[in-house]
Design a protein around this ligand. Sequence first.
Ligand SMILES: Nc1nc2c(ncn2[C@@H]2O[C@H](COP(=O)(O)OP(=O)(O)OP(=O)(O)O)[C@@H](O)[C@H]2O)c(=O)[nH]1
Ligand SMILES: [Zn+2]
Length: 235
Amino acid sequence: MTIVGSNGANTSQSPLIPDLAEAINVRPDRNTHNGREPEIHPPSEETMDEMMQAVRTMLVGLGEDPEREGLLKTPKRVAKAMKFLTSGYNESLEDLINGAIFDEGHDEMVLVRDINFFSLCEHHMLPFMGRAHVAYIPNQKVVGLSKLARIVEMYSRRLQVQERLTRQIAEALQAVLEPKGVAVVMEATHMCMVMRGVQKPGSWTVTSSMVGIFRDEHKTREEFFNLIRHQASLF
Ligand SMILES: Nc1nc2c(ncn2[C@@H]2O[C@H](COP(=O)(O)OP(=O)(O)OP(=O)(O)O)[C@@H](O)[C@H]2O)c(=O)[nH]1
Ligand SMILES: [Zn+2]
């Protein structure tokens, strides 16, 4: 068994499966856009201008004066910040994995726990953030440990609901590695439930997605939950 905190660790490396591109052509988010591929719009001058204009309109709607000194650069800052916070739309699983799949003949659980993430809820475009725990049981092949955190990052940096985010991470790993199983648990606090609306600071939403052996075998699932239940104590 391998357990890693979110700072990651090294592993011996020898690039493997040439058919990775084919394997990950199964888009993990294929079901989230009415069966269509997600529409990805690379940033352009024109979109930036439109976004900045929209922010100005918001400022006016709030009763603010977009011409006052403190707000002059705000439309540009907000547009740039939103582009960054949704930069996961412009990434692909293939680029992210970058061939870092290794044939280690390993068949025990690999878990990277306490991966911090920040996302935006698609209902209010307000942040939700927390920790992800990602585990899999390899079928010979392992993936570079940092790639688990990168997968979390790519899907988090989009407009999301927590349940879909959790499932996309699990399905992506399943598609890339074809392991015996994948388990993902995400614990998050939603600003739309804290700062507004029902206003419940301290509430945590926990979602999970279990694939393969984690779904089928109670014992494997229990082992995973036991490993993430306790705080990591090394650092
Ligand atoms: N299932 C799920 N719901 C979410 C997530 N993020 C936000 N929501 C919820 O989306 C719902 C949207 O409800 P609406 O009634 O359409 O919007 P609203 O009037 O702003 O709702 P309130 O937040 O209750 O004030 C709310 O219940 C939010 O808590 C998420 O990741 N998963
Ligand atoms: Zn929300």
